[in-house]
Design a binder for this molecule. Structure first.
Ligand SMILES: [Zn+2]
Length: 196
């Protein structure tokens, strides 16, 4: 019943609506009045050329939230919570992805080092083979030179043996350390140079 008594009723004429303000005329008359009756009281005050003051009955009562305001706030809070959960989830997913990517990077780095090591081994193997090849090429060049020399010697000897004029003498001449049999014919004498 205390709550019911706390609800003041409008005392303006026979209004009886819930009062929102306390009023006091300048001559001391006072009471409670509802929002809509304040306008009527103002008209009366103008006609009477008198004044009254009003004070809100329960200032604290104005601040409590209405049902729809509460509903809106709750909805907004739920929405914000849902959003926060979503962000947390997303953040967790990103963290997981990050961990995953980090481990992939580690694996790739490891493979890279492995490959680098293999490449080094292959490079030194290649160098070794290149050196061996170079050595073989030098040997081949030397062998080729030797073959060339022997071939030249062999070609030189048949040229003497197949000489049509006195092959035997030629051989004898070679034994004596002389040149081939017949000396080449003397070149024809040059024509006299014109005088003057
Ligand atoms: Zn009223």
């Amino acid at each position: 019943m205390a709550e019911a008594q706390a609800i003041a009723l409008c005392s303006w004429k026979d209004c009886k609506h819930a009062a929102t303000h306390h009023f006091r005329w300048e001559w001391g008359d006072e009471g409670n009045v509802c929002e809509s009756c304040i306008a009527l009281m103002n008209q009366a005050a103008d006609q009477l050329a008198r004044k009254f003051i009003t004070t809100p009955l329960n200032p604290a009562a104005e601040s409590p939230l209405t049902r729809s305001e509460r509903t809106q706030l709750i909805a907004a809070r739920l929405s914000a919570e849902a959003e926060a959960d979503e962000i947390k989830l997303r953040s967790h997913q990103l963290y997981t992805q990050n961990v995953d990517l980090s481990s992939q990077v580690q694996t790739l780095k490891m493979r890279e080092r492995e490959h680098a090591g293999q490449m080094d081994a292959k490079e030194s193997e290649n160098e070794r083979l290149a050196e061996a090849l170079e050595k073989r090429e030098r040997e081949l060049a030397e062998a080729t030179n030797e073959v060339q020399r022997l071939t030249t010697l062999l070609e030189f000897k048949p040229a003497e043996e197949t000489s049509r004029v006195g092959a035997q003498r030629g051989l004898e001449g070679q034994k004596r350390g002389k040149g081939p049999t017949s000396p080449p014919a003397a070149p024809p004498a040059a024509p006299p140079a014109p005088e003057g």
